[in-house]
Write a protein that binds this ligand. Structure first.
Ligand SMILES: [Zn+2]
Length: 201
């Protein structure tokens, strides 16, 4: 069946989103078609200019408001610059901030190493991390990638890369659900994982 092109275009756009297959894409598109106008209108408004209004911090690659060089955390003099927490995604920063138990700074990798998906070190914000550490002042780096196979592989790779610098390397304590995402862990579990972090050997 040939669909009107605006509808087909919407289905194609949804299909390009992570975790959305052709079936879900069609379902979402038809939902938008039938929904009251405010739903597609609000979505369109939220999407329009998203890339112009939001930017990435030039220091830690967390999200920030466009036009600002640094995110709020990097710009804050209250945060401990000698402690860095390396996470996969900006959502992990949010999860750790919600615990109210971390006073250091962050570095967002924007993914994990994944040979299967063709993600190599050059695809992540690893080089800027090494440059940051080379500038000095960092005493401890918490490798807080997710407790998954890719997360562990990435932490091991970073351990190798960071071994040349005089910094303490730690990993979040076990207790986070294996294969789970930091962003879904509850605050107490995250706090315990932070407090019980262990030296990497
Ligand atoms: Zn930042």
């Amino acid at each position: 069946m040939l669909l009107p092109s605006p509808l087909q275009k919407l289905i194609n756009a949804f299909e390009r989103l992570p975790g959305i297959g052709p079936k879900s894409a069609s379902r979402l598109a038809f939902f938008m078609l039938r929904a009251e106008a405010s739903i597609p209108d609000d979505l369109a408004e939220a999407l329009a200019g998203l890339k112009d209004k939001v930017a990435f911090c030039q220091e830690c690659f967390n999200i920030t408001t466009a036009g600002r060089q640094l995110c709020e955390i990097c710009a804050s003099p209250e945060r401990d610059a000698s402690l860095l927490c390396v996470v996969e995604e900006a959502l992990d920063v949010l999860a750790l901030e919600r615990t109210d138990g971390y006073a250091g700074k962050y570095h967002v990798l924007h993914g994990v190493l994944s040979p299967i998906e063709g993600v190599g070190p050059e695809d992540l914000k690893i080089q800027p991390l090494l440059e940051r550490v080379a500038r000095g002042g960092v005493k401890e780096i918490i490798l807080a990638t997710n407790p998954s196979m890719e997360g562990d592989t990435t932490a091991l790779y970073l351990q190798g890369q960071l071994g040349a610098y005089p910094v303490r390397l730690t990993r979040l304590a076990r207790g986070l659900p294996v294969g789970g995402d930091l962003e879904y862990a509850d605050q107490n579990t995250l706090l315990r994982a932070l407090a019980g972090r262990q030296e990497m050997d």
